[in-house]
Write a protein that binds this ligand. Sequence first.
Ligand SMILES: [Zn+2]
Length: 281
Amino acid sequence: MEPDLVREFGSYQSWKINEDTWIISFMGGSQNMYLLEGEERALLIDTGWGAGNLRAHVEKLTARPVIAAITHGHLDHAGGCGEWESVLMLPGAEADLTTCCRLPFDVSKLPHPGFEHKYVKDGDVIDLGGRPVELLDISAHSNGSLAFLDRKNGYLFVGDELESAQVLMYDAAPESGVPFDLDRRLRAHHANMLRLKGLEGQWSTLFPAHNGAPVAPSYLDDTIALAEHIYAGDAVIEDRLNHVYAEAGDPEHKLCRVRWGKVSFFVNKADLMTLYGTKTL
Ligand SMILES: [Zn+2]
């Protein structure tokens, strides 16, 4: 029997975090998108795999006009962009959109395959009507990653840059053609996480895109410490990824998991060893 791809990748469960915010959960609950309503507009954070049925789902949740935005351009977050006429993104996310060619769906068949890429930048504010949402450039895991800061509710949406299980810190989108320098990425990641830590008080709740949400703020502390312990050379290297899909995609066993506390990165082992305990952060 042919697998039912829409059922696998485009099956959504939604529930409210508060009066005007929805979690849209999919992939068996392991991945989330978010819908934020203001008095005049709504903001959709991420567009899923491109199964073609997300917009209809979102328009059942809100009657407000929807602004679509992506945390970054990886295929599981940006595949459905073509359901909207335009999508907000960092310019860096554009290179990663080429990963969509590996999607299980033909996204050229979506209603707006030539959707407008509306570039945003760090510090921009999306006004939903009584609910400003500030954009923060936290690119490290990807070539263009946004966090969304909703000060009114104390919510911070962090995409794939921070989560409870693992953050991918290897080149997950080689088709982008952008070189992946682990040292540079780890330094950027550490600086970004320190910046989010410095904004504590303006947010209280962290919403990642994968593997559970919300997560306790202590995940941010552990993530900051992870980079520091990698450079100090005492982070814990786990040779097995213990992740069935990641292991299947790494037949030559080039990746490892490097951990501190509750958090870990998936990294290229050879790249890790060039800086593990040998450089200062
Ligand atoms: Zn990603």
